[in-house]
Design a protein. Sequence first.
Length: 420
Amino acid sequence: MTTGFTPATDPRSRTDGLGWVSRAVFPDDRVHLTVGGAVPAGQRAVARYAVVPSVARARFLVPLGAPRAGAASLLAYNALRPPKVRAFRAALGALARLGGAGLAPFPTLTVSVPVGAPVADLVLSERLAAALGGAPLLAACGVRPPDPNAKPTLQLFTVDGRPRGYAKIGWNDATRALVTAEAAALRSLRVVAGVPDHPAPPGLLTETAWAGQAVAVIEPLPPDVRGVPVDDPPRIAALLAVARRGGEPGVPRPLASSTFLARLAAHAERAAVAGSAGARAVAAVAALARRHGDTTVEFGHWHGDWVPWNLGTHDGRLVAWDWEHSGPDVPVGFDLAHDAFQRSLVLRGEPAQVAAAAVDACLVRHGGRLGLDEARCALVADAYLLEMWLRTWRLADAGAGWNPALHPALLDVIEKRHSE
């Protein structure tokens, strides 16, 4: 199929973040993209974006044509952002309120399609507008460096600036799996409305396969949601509500006979086929079974990425988003372990060995409230770390590449723990 674009002006030919995002959002060759150029003959413009702050250093694609929507794309949920980012976006939002004149200093990206072509078949935002009721929607998009783990996200707004939804785009095997998993999790979480202490999840508005991609549209968070502090203490009641879905405590079962251990073993065997690191994981699963197989523990659901930056509060209730790693049948306490591990690894920049020690300390301090004695705390910590490495492997195997903070360092930590 002839593309009809010139590489010099079409950002999809770039190797940076703007190129990555524009290829994911506009994959169809019949869609013409140009920065600063005229609409080609035989095409009609269907959207325009300000590329902020420049093509070479693009960070945002701000929709033009509806000033209130453009401003909202920069100002919505700004309270959840770090102070410097918040100030930058606030200044841009003020410019966006002036419409095209306010954003005129920035390059303009024009999206056009062949005259007479069905726009909803070619442009994702138009397809989603039709799926969400047909009212016109404008899409904004953040731009970040190319990352095989990351998912471009379209922020969808009505013409008058009301948030309508967030469309996550799974564009490779790894991210398609994550988008599909989050959609499934949000469907299953519809039953938790009104469950005491359970954090409120956003709703799933629609899910679709489009141009080889998996797309899930998540409803907006409450407009006045506020992020929890990064030093927020563990919310044990909420963790238990997530694990039990509002039900009664589960009967503890031996690790050795659990479907969780069987699943770990199956994933490790798959990893072993792919390389020597997987063979080490198989040995680690066997060591986990020897060390903790007779220990009983309660199994339940987990959020899968329980960290302060995925949590907020609204009207006194906890709100939790990004459920893409959620799943059932894991040892209760995994979310607590993950919170401690990620605070150490991400927030404090500590190595995997220190982050693993943070998991141990957190479980010893708070595990009793989850029904975890010393033996169960040790089981949860060891099992979580192995689950975390296998997650890292699954993403790498699906094309996302290895997380250098976790491989091979985390596997080294796991083997050392089992040898002690």
